[in-house]
Design a protein around this ligand. Structure first.
Ligand code: ITT
Ligand code: NA
Length: 226
């Protein structure tokens, strides 16, 4: 059975419509998050830890809000910033910037202990950047580059193969509106509405998580099971 690893009920609600074959269950496991400036290595290492914990295939979901004029802050620190500052203060900060453009990113990391990597070509060309971020165990795409040496060292010592799927949605930061969704949704506007003003189906149709889940679901259905 595939386990969708998250402590966040909002993510589970959104993932349900993509992981529909009845063989997926939430695993409420708070995997240790390494520090890195990109989501890929964090999700990849989380998937390895979660696989070791669960002993069955896992899908980890790491997401963040990246504000252009703040060089991508809070990015991988989004959970910490939501807890410490709160979304109202993030919106107030963005309001002082010349440019309020931002993006949500989601990286899904799949680990089944290596079974998928037995397929002839587990990583397609579109995933080469993601594969490089996942580390040397994930493909032949080359050495991972990390600004911080310790995550790279951790990955080098941990070759369990991981496959990554990425999703992205552009938008802008606004004062909070709406009651749906979770996290930063009330302050993220896309197409004239905040994500908190959309229902799950409409958020999924455009969101970072929806795009990543769509790619994952397609690959998962077609993968060769050794
Ligand atoms: P897990 O790690 O257990 O999955 P989490 O909520 O900590 O739960 P992330 O680290 O991926 O998940 O989330 C980073 C932050 O970004 C956190 O504050 C989330 O609330 C927020 N976030 C993630 N996806 C979001 C989305 O689709 N809309 C709004 N905020 C989101
Ligand atoms: Na997290």
């Amino acid at each position: 059975m595939l386990r969708y690893v998250t402590t966040n009920e909002g993510k589970v609600r959104e993932a349900e419509s993509y992981l529909t074959d009845g063989t997926v269950r939430q695993l409420d496991f708070d995997y240790p998050e390494i520090q890195a400036d990109e989501l890929g290595p964090i999700a990849a290492q989380g998937a390895r830890e979660a696989f070791r914990h669960a002993g069955e295939p896992v899908l980890v979901d790491d997401a963040g809000l990246f504000i252009d004029a703040l060089n991508g802050f809070p990015g991988p620190y989004s959970a910490f910033v939501e807890e410490t500052l709160g979304i109202e203060r993030v919106a107030a900060l963005a309001d002082t910037l010349p440019d309020t453009r931002a993006a949500f990113r989601c990286t899904l990391a799949y680990c089944d202990g290596g079974a998928f990597a037995a397929s002839p070509d587990p990583i397609d060309r579109n995933d080469r950047v993601a594969a490089a971020a996942a580390g040397p165990g994930s493909s032949d795409a080359g050495e991972a580059t990390a600004s911080d040496g310790s995550p790279a060292a951790a990955r080098a010592a941990d070759p369990l193969p991981v496959k990554l799927f990425e999703g992205y949605v552009p938008g802008r930061i606004v004062a909070p509106r709406g009651t749906g969704g979770f996290g930063y949704d009330p302050i993220f506007e896309h197409g004239g509405e905040t994500f908190a003003e959309m229902d799950t189906e409409r958020k999924n149709a455009v969101s970072h998580r929806g795009r990543a889940l769509e790619k994952f679901a397609e690959w998962y259905a077609d993968r060769e099971v050794p």
